[in-house]
Design a protein around this ligand. Structure first.
Ligand SMILES: C[S@@+](CC[C@H](N)C(=O)[O-])C[C@H]1O[C@@H](n2cnc3c(N)ncnc32)[C@H](O)[C@@H]1O
Length: 319
C-alpha cells in the first residue's frame, strides 16, 4: 500500500509536491515569493537527476568559495563521473554527503583535487606531435635569440622532460626557458623530482624514437631503486609553478604555448576564456600546440591563428 506523506499528500520517497499547504498559505499571504519558472520533473528518475545536478553545482560553488579552485565550468559528465569515484571510495551515498566532508576537511579537498584533475600523462605522449614539432616548429624557433615556452597543465612533468630533450637534441635548449605549470601542487612536486617508473622506460623509448629522437634514450636517465631518475641538467632552464588556467592571468610573453589534454575537460565558455589567456600570452606569430584531441574550431579564436599542422593542432598566432 502506498504510504502517504502527511504534509504533501504524495507517496513517501516520491518527489515532494511543488508546494506544501503551509507554503501555499504563505504565498497567498504574500510572505514568500516563489519563482514561477520552476517546474518539477515528471518522473522520479528525472527528479533525482535534477537534484544531483544541483548538488554538483553547489559543491563546485562551495569548493570555489572555500578553497579557490574553480571547477564550475568543467564538463559536467566527466565531473560527475569523478565525483562518484570519490563518493564510492569514501563509502558515501550522495554528492551532498561529499560536500559536507570536503567543506569541513581540507585533507578531503586534497584527495578530491587529485580526482578532479586527471593527471594521466606520458613521455612523448602522441609521438607524432613531437615529430611535427621537430619538423615544423623548430625551424621557426631557430630564428629567435631567446625562446620562452609555457607548458600549461603539465601534470607530473613527463611532457616537459620530453620537450627539454627535444630542444637539447636540436641545439636550442641553452637559449630556451620552459615554464611548466599545473593547478595541482602535488603533481608538480613529482615533476620537480624527475623520477618516473622504471617499467615505463621501454614504452617511453619507443615513443622517443617515433617522435624523432636521435640519441640513445637511456642516456637521459639513471636507473635507481625507486625509478628512472632523469638528468637534473634537463631542468636547469625549467621553472615549475602552480598556475590555475581558470582563475589566474598571464604571467609572461611566450614564443610557444603547449597545452594538451587539458581543455577537453572544460566547457565551451571556459575554453574560450583559456584561449583568450593564451592569445594574450603569445608573441605575434607565436606557436600554440594543442595536440590532436583538442579543438580550436568554434572557439572565438579560430580566425586569429593559422594552422601549421591540422592533425596535431599546431597553430601560429596571426598578428
Ligand atoms: C590529463 S593531464 C594532461 C597532462 C599533459 N598535458 C599531457 O597531455 O600528457 C591534465 C592536467 O591538467 C591539469 N589541470 C586541470 N585543470 C587545470 C587548470 N584549471 N589549470 C591548470 N591545470 C589544470 C590537471 O591537474 C592535469 O595535470
Amino acid at each position: 500500500m502506498r504510504r502517504e506523506s502527511a504534509e504533501t499528500g504524495g507517496a513517501a520517497g516520491d518527489p515532494p509536491a511543488a508546494t506544501t499547504p503551509a507554503r501555499r498559505a504563505e504565498e497567498r499571504d504574500g510572505l514568500v515569493q516563489r519563482r514561477d519558472d520552476v517546474a518539477l520533473p515528471d518522473t522520479p528518475a528525472a527528479y533525482r537527476r535534477d537534484v544531483e545536478k544541483l548538488e554538483v553545482e553547489l559543491l563546485m560553488e562551495g569548493i570555489f568559495r572555500q578553497y579557490g579552485f574553480d571547477f564550475r565550468s568543467y564538463a559536467y559528465s566527466s565531473l560527475k563521473r569523478r565525483l562518484w569515484k570519490r563518493i564510492q571510495a569514501e563509502g558515501l551515498a550522495t554528492v551532498s554527503q561529499l560536500q559536507d566532508r570536503v567543506l569541513h576537511d581540507p585533507a578531503m579537498m586534497e584527495k578530491l583535487l587529485l580526482d578532479l584533475s586527471i593527471n594521466v600523462t606520458a613521455m612523448y605522449r602522441d609521438p607524432s606531435f613531437y615529430a611535427a614539432f621537430r619538423a615544423e616548429v623548430v625551424p621557426l624557433l631557430r630564428t629567435y635569440p631567446f625562446i620562452r615556452i609555457w607548458h600549461a597543465g603539465c601534470s607530473t612533468g613527463e611532457e616537459v622532460y620530453s620537450m627539454a630533450i627535444l630542444l637539447k637534441e636540436v641545439g636550442l635548449y641553452d637559449r630556451s626557458r620552459i615554464y611548466a605549470t599545473d593547478i595541482n601542487e602535488v603533481v608538480l612536486q613529482r615533476a620537480r623530482a624527475g623520477i618516473f617508473p622504471l617499467d615505463k622506460m621501454q614504452e617511453y623509448t619507443l615513443n622517443y624514437l617515433r617522435a624523432g629522437g636521435t640519441e640513445s634514450f637511456s642516456q637521459y636517465y639513471t636507473a635507481m631503486y625507486d625509478g628512472a631518475r632523469f638528468d637534473p641538467a634537463l631542468t636547469r632552464n625549467v621553472v615549475f609553478s602552480q598556475h590555475n588556467l581558470v582563475t589566474d592571468g598571464s604571467f609572461a610573453e611566450f614564443n610557444v604555448i603547449v597545452c594538451r589534454n587539458v581543455m577537453i575537460y572544460f566547457d565551451r565558455e571556459l575554453q574560450n576564456r583559456v584561449h583568450q589567456l593564451f592569445y594574450d600570452s603569445l608573441v605575434n606569430f607565436g606557436i600554440l600546440g594543442l595536440g590532436s584531441k583538442e579543438s580550436m574550431r568554434f572557439t572565438a579564436y579560430e580566425d586569429r591563428y593559422e594552422a601549421l599542422n591540422t592533425k596535431e593542432k599546431i597553430f601560429r598566432r596571426l598578428s
